[in-house]
Design a protein around this ligand. Structure first.
Ligand SMILES: Cc1ncc(COP(=O)(O)O)c(C=O)c1O
Length: 384
């Protein structure tokens, strides 16, 4: 079996991730921050260790300004619904995942103005177009760091510089880059960073979060939910400090045990080394697919300008048919269709059928890329 669905969720996970989760379940088990006994202290240590690891990876200076949640969808909802008010204007791109687009469209119905800046048919965003879209009431620019459909990197750092110059906030969705491409909240001037644990960070599903930069006044973030935090229990109102203001209820400590281990593996291996491996695989994949008759490859078509996610179609075959054949006949697992990003597919010219998407990870090999190319070649030539 060849697993090429890492853009949806990574598999396998790094060594030690499952063991850390089993260890928590078997040997710790207690609720963090709710009691002073040794198991609760150990549980709190595991959560704080995951905070520190994620902040080290993204160069975020204060682990207490990281709000853990279920995934990046929740993190983006917290940032957008928590900060934007009627009359505010937000600028986003036409390459966004629905995790960004749907909360924005819902906020539009509540008086928030939204401008979707168009990207090129390769998925490339021109920072000058973002700058031109800024209005006097613009509060936030909200972008993914890389497309989940074609992997194209968006110019987050350039837009970060524009935002600082105009006193605006930048929200970046690093679902596709975190752990696979360098992300530095300080150098890239990202004010709000949403991440998900289950892709290149190597963690399990059910983990993610939002890093809140110093330029964001946390008392202005409306929490998505309120409740017990283990702190200030004497008060009936929600604490106003982070992370407690936005982290209510018992956290997913078993998941965070795995996430902490996954991120530590990324730190040990090094993002630059992971990136170099993935660039080499992506280059071979793009060049190989482009050489096949009847195969159309989408996106920037340059491994340096994208992540290890490559979208293509085979002439005369629906993406779903290609995906089914690859699974049934060749044991190659991938994702087909619209990838929760209809606006991105409209930008690329692949709406409504979508594409076949190969999402590679640090664990894929050149042999797997070659086997996949041979399989697509067979399909394209009409031999299943
Ligand atoms: C760019 C991007 N944003 C958001 C998401 C949503 O991630 P999650 O389902 O973990 O919240 C994804 C996942 O596919 C993604 O690729």
């Amino acid at each position: 079996m060849i697993y090429f669905d890492n853009a949806a969720t990574s598999w396998p996970k790094p060594p030690g991730v499952a063991e850390a989760m089993v260890h928590f379940m078997g040997a710790v088990g207690a609720n963090p921050g709710r009691a002073a006994h040794r198991q609760a202290v150990e549980s709190g240590r595991i959560v704080y260790g995951a905070r520190e690891a994620v902040c080290e990876l993204f160069r975020a200076p204060d682990p207490l300004r990281l709000v853990f949640g279920k995934n990046v969808t929740e993190a983006l909802n917290l940032a957008l619904r928590g900060l934007l008010r009627p009359g505010d204007h937000v600028v986003t791109s036409s390459m966004e995942h629905n995790a960004m687009m749907r909360p924005l469209r819902a906020l539009e119905g509540k008086g928030v103005e939204v401008t979707v800046v168009g990207c090129s048919p390769q998925g490339v965003l021109d920072p000058a177009d973002v700058e031109a879209a800024i209005r006097p009431n613009t509060r936030l620019v909200a972008l993914n760091h890389a497309s989940n459909v074609v992997g194209t990197l968006l110019p987050v750092a350039e837009v970060g510089a524009i935002c600082r110059g105009r006193d605006l906030l930048l929200l970046a969705d690093v679902a596709q880059t975190g752990g696979a491409y360098p992300v530095d909240v300080q150098a890239d001037q990202i004010d709000l960073l949403g991440f998900t644990g289950h892709k290149s960070l190597g963690g399990p599903m059910g983990t993610g979060g939002l890093i809140v930069g110093e330029r964001v006044d946390e008392t202005q973030i409306e929490p998505l939910i309120r409740g017990g935090t283990g702190s200030r229990s004497e008060h009936e109102v929600q604490p106003d400090f982070l992370p407690d203001r936005c982290e209510s209820g018992t956290p997913n400590v078993v998941g965070l045990a795995g996430l902490g281990m996954g991120v530590r593996w990324v730190l040990e291996r090094g993002v630059d080394a992971i990136r170099a491996h993935e660039v080499a695989l992506t280059q071979a994949l793009i060049e190989g697919l482009q050489s096949l008759p009847g195969v159309t490859v989408y996106g920037a078509l340059d491994p340096e300008l994208q992540t290890a996610t490559v979208s293509f179609n085979v002439a005369g075959m629906a993406p779903s048919e290609v995906g089914l054949c690859l699974d049934d006949e060749y044991g190659i697992l991938c994702r087909v269709g619209l990838h929760c990003a209809p606006t991105a597919h409209k930008t690329l010219g692949t709406f409504p059928e979508g594409t076949v998407r190969f999402g590679l990870s640090a664990f894929n090999t050149m042999d797997e890329v070659e086997a996949a190319l041979a399989a697509v070649d067979n399909l394209a030539r009409g031999h299943v």
